[in-house]
Ligand binder design. Structure first.
Ligand code: FAD
Length: 446
């Protein structure tokens, strides 16, 4: 079998271009406190929250408040990709924030409108996308598109910076308590995303991380000496390639073996036909899918780069090795990763790229309402509201056991968003919940 491996040069793309904005567009969250009362509170203004707010706007629900701890729509996503130096999206052109079945200006249309800003390589990738081939999307263009979506759906006007501490059902609605004030609403949509996965406690003694050890989403000053990266995913691949580009010897610790794949979820789980593989199958089979499909993997474009670096000795890979401890010297000096069998891997810096953990809602809702089963919240499969709190919905990774592994990705957000937005619009108007096609066909919009 011939495997086509795309080239590493596709991974680089300029950042910080001057994308034009609609006149008068304001791309900052609102100052001051949010209103005390609204129809819908969206907790988390990441890519999922942006999709939900835009969808609600389309179905005529305009009295919406977005609360985000960072205060910038999609801010955490772009902070994360920028700290890693990620320049292209992992997802293709058809995955972008919006509402399934509502075709306004899409990401591919948007980049074609800004053709003059694209490099020759990016233009070729656009043509590949138009011909339905795999292609990569510049992060820069994706960010500009997100700002466009947020602007035309008035998302900045409805976003306030606030840390949500509690979401409580109250007399037919809900009350959302934040670090600043409380907001009463008819409905809440939790778009909490995923938090960085912390190292197991047994890796070091005491609460403080050893000197010289950091996580993937923290800035990494170039110390110049050897770099140790622990983890098997795309973040690890970016850290390694940054280290190699800075002429640092790199050590890579992978618990299993590295796996290459275009998207972080196998493409068979995207779109309606992908969800049909998941929807309605017994719980144990869905758990097995999740365990298999959520395993870390690296974009194919990295493969030639990493293979070559390993072959010429710039990269040392420790495959199938579990970490048993991490140590550092209090006053500085090298940090060490200890592997099973006692091997010690030393570097000026150790970066832990261990992935993320799904925020299920238990962070803000009482555990009894989340009613988690094997770590997944108990959601109504048609509407995505918490079964024990029908006024509260989940969009994003938390909907994984309903929509499958793609729930955490931009494509999954579109599907979740359609279910949630149409349900909220119907309930606010006093209509019965819309009938959704569980076989995977998308809901028709009101
Ligand atoms: C480096 C990296 C690259 C990725 N690349 C892709 C890609 O190319 N394509 C793709 O489809 N997916 C990609 N993903 C997956 C990606 O995380 C999701 O697609 C997307 O970010 C998820 O959006 P979200 O809104 O669910 O979560 P987030 O973007 O994390 O947003 C959640 C927001 O909620 C806020 N929040 C959480 N709790 C609270 C609270 N209690 N109070 C107030 N605010 C709160 C957070 O601060 C954050 O702003 C990538 C992930 C990473 C880490």
């Amino acid at each position: 079998m011939t495997i086509f491996i795309p080239e590493p040069h596709l991974l680089s793309s300029p950042r910080g271009r001057d994308w034009p904005f609609p006149p008068g567009a304001c791309v900052a969250a609102r100052a001051g406190d949010p209103p005390a009362r609204t129809d819908v509170v969206i907790v988390g203004a990441g890519l999922a929250g942006l999709a939900v707010a835009s969808a609600l706007w389309h179905v005529g629900v305009r009295d919406v408040v977005l609360l985000d701890r960072d205060g910038r729509p999609a801010g955490r996503f772009f902070d994360r990709v920028d700290v890693l130096g990620q320049r292209v999206m992992r997802s293709p052109y058809e995955h972008h924030p919006g509402l399934e079945a509502y075709r306004d200006c899409e990401l591919l249309d948007f980049v074609r409108l800004h053709w003059s800003l694209l490099t020759p390589v990016e233009r070729r990738e656009v043509r590949m996308a138009q011909a339905s081939h795999r292609s990569v999307v510049p992060v820069d263009a994706f960010e500009a598109f997100c700002r466009h979506v947020a602007t035309i759906h008035h998302v900045y006007d409805r976003t306030w910076q606030a840390e949500v501490r509690a979401v409580r059902p109250d007399a037919g609605g809900i009350v959302v308590g934040t670090d600043r004030s409380a907001v009463a609403a008819r409905f809440a949509v939790l778009c909490l995303g995923e938090e960085r996965l912390a190292a197991p406690r047994r890796w070091w003694r005491g609460p403080r991380r050893p000197h010289g050890v950091c996580y993937w989403d923290e800035p990494l000053p170039n110390a110049g000496g050897p770099l140790v990266v622990v983890g098997a995913g795309l973040s690890a691949a970016h850290l390694i390639s940054n280290g190699l580009a800075a002429n640092r010897p790199v050590h890579w610790v992978v618990r299993g073996s590295e796996r290459y794949q275009c998207a972080d979820v196998n493409s068979k789980f995207f779109r309606a036909e992908g969800r049909a593989r998941f929807d309605g199958v017994p719980w144990a089979d869905r758990m097995a899918h999740m365990q298999r499909e959520r395993r870390a993997s690296v974009m194919y474009e990295f493969r030639p780069l990493l293979t070559e670096a390993e072959a010429d000795g710039r990269l040392t890979v420790y495959r199938g090795r579990a970490v048993t401890g991490v140590t550092g010297k209090p006053g500085g000096g090298p940090a060490t990763v200890v592997l099973d069998g006692g091997t010690r891997v030393e570097g000026d810096q150790v970066v832990l790229a261990l992935g993320t953990a799904v925020s299920t809602g238990v962070e803000v809702l009482p555990a009894a309402l989340v009613a988690a089963r094997e770590g997944w919240p108990d959601l109504d499969e048609r509407t995505l509201n918490y079964r024990n709190a029908p006024e509260v919905f989940a969009v994003g990774a938390a909907a994984g056991m309903v929509l499958g592994p793609a729930a955490r990705n931009i494509d999954g957000h579109r599907v979740a968003t359609a279910r949630v937005a149409t349900t909220i619009a119907a309930r606010l108007a006093g209509r019965p919940d819309p009938v959704l096609d569980r076989a995977g066909a998308e809901v028709s919009l009101v």
